[in-house]
Design a protein around this ligand. Structure first.
Ligand code: NAD
Ligand code: MG
Length: 387
């Protein structure tokens, strides 16, 4: 490979963003980091910019523009601010791959802009596919770009499918750790505090996805993400709880054979694979030792107690804008939980009420998604006030 891979990281100051920078730092001759962006962590964005010297940076929070601009005055780095800039920087000629490592609905607009500028996407920001999977995958086909999954489960499926393009998928199994409250009853969950929910047994991640993992919403979002990435029907997607997080997911083919992808839980591996596909570059990540894991176990997910997973399957089956509405409600309810405004169990209640109140619409139209998102946020916010 002669030309370096030009990379834009949206959300470089987050959990995925900082791990992606570790990967990029390991291969200075092969990656060329062009764009870094952050929402409000100006100090870390400035430090990253000084270290990696990208072509430009974007700070989402416009009130921090001058701070970043002045700090990078002596560097040859362009500084922008705001939502529109975030979308525009993905289209630079020097960018080949856009890593969407920002969180939530905010990823939709820049991801569409990147696709329309014919950039391949390394997708961590699952919410974009949950909100607008039909539109995003349609645009990706139209502009001939690939969406490489970063989410560990979807990377696992993608790795299992490599070399299998002539073979139909019968079913996929997404593995779930079960989160910190696996096996808990509704009565026990009533007393959950955010400090408990923010402690994931196997992964260190951003706050929103950590709460989503504890409530099984994350697995629900991943079920919908899988539908769009791999063009599956709802009945072809199953979830199995695997507390050790070693088997990252499985594909079952039509002859009954199953392929699984395994490894230690470390997001650097799926991040790197999404950036280097179809190649596997040598790493010194710690290797799996069977004696550390003599038992790999599997159990049924408790969809009754952890209602969010069922809600996601319902949104998946009914289709249209329901998943968009569910996602918006969940962003609002998780933020409220993190501010101690509602209880852990209220998250699913608000999500369900919001989804049920959605005006159903099946057109894969950007404006419909924008409106659905906005209405669902308002509905969820009102529901929170009533609690
Ligand atoms: P995080 O909270 O640690 O980081 C989020 C990043 O996005 C930060 O850089 C932040 O500045 C930026 N950001 C936040 N809000 C923004 C906005 N409105 N506009 C622009 N930028 C904004 O989150 P994370 O854990 O790194 O997760 C990022 C995405 O990757 C999420 O969609 C998550 O579901 C997905 N993901 C994360 C992991 C993980 O291990 N952390 C694993 C799989 C998938
Ligand atoms: Mg995942």
């Amino acid at each position: 490979m002669s030309e370096k891979i030009g990379i834009a990281i949206l959300g470089s100051t987050g959990s995925i963003g900082t791990q992606a920078l570790e990967v990029i730092e390991s291969y200075p001759d092969r990656f060329d980091l062009r764009v870094l962006t952050a929402h409000s962590n100006a100090a870390l964005l400035i430090a990253q910019a000084k270290k990696f010297e990208p072509q430009c940076v974007v700070i989402g929070d416009e009130s921090k523009y001058l701070l970043v601009k002045e700090a990078l005055e002596k560097e040859d780095i362009l500084v922008y601010a705001g939502e529109n800039a975030l979308a525009e920087v993905t289209t630079l000629d020097s960018v080949h791959v856009v890593l969407t490592a920002l969180v939530g609905y905010a990823g939709l607009k820049p991801t569409l802009a990147a696709i329309r500028a014919k950039k391949n996407i390394a997708l961590a920001n699952k919410e974009t596919l949950v909100v607008a999977g039909e539109l995003v995958t349609k645009e990706a086909r139209k502009y001939g770009v690939s969406i490489y999954p970063v989410d560990s489960e979807h990377s696992a499926i993608f790795q299992c499918l490599t070399g299998e393009h002539m073979n139909a998928i019968e079913k996929i199994y997404l593995t779930a750790s079960g989160g910190p409250f696996r096996g808990w009853s509704t009565e026990q969950l009533e007393k959950v505090k955010k400090e408990h929910a923010l402690k994931h047994p196997n992964w260190v991640m951003g706050a929103k996805i950590t709460i989503d993992s504890a409530s099984l919403m994350n697995k629900g979002l991943e079920v919908i993400e899988a539908k769009w990435l791999f063009d599956l029907k709802p009945e072809q997607i199953d979830v199995i709880v695997h507390p050790q997080s070693i088997v990252h997911s499985l594909v079952q083919f039509e002859d009954g054979s199953m392929k699984a992808q395994m490894g230690l839980p470390d997001m650097k591996l799926p991040i790197q694979y999404a950036l280097t596909f179809p190649y596997r570059w040598k790493t010194d990540f710690p290797r799996f030792n069977f004696m550390d894991y003599p038992n790999l176990t599997f159990e049924q997910a408790d969809r009754k107690t952890f209602r969010n997973l069922d809600l996601a399957f319902e949104a998946l089956t009914k289709g249209g804008n329901l998943a968009c509405s569910l996602n918006a409600a969940n962003e609002v309810s998780v933020a409220a939980f993190l501010k101690d405004e509602i209880s852990f169990l209220d998250i699913a209640k608000i999500n369900e009420a919001t989804m049920n109140a959605t005006q159903f619409n099946t057109s894969a139209d950007y404006d419909v998604y924008v409106q659905t998102d906005q209405l669902a946020r308002e509905y969820a916010q009102n529901a929170i006030q009533l609690i």
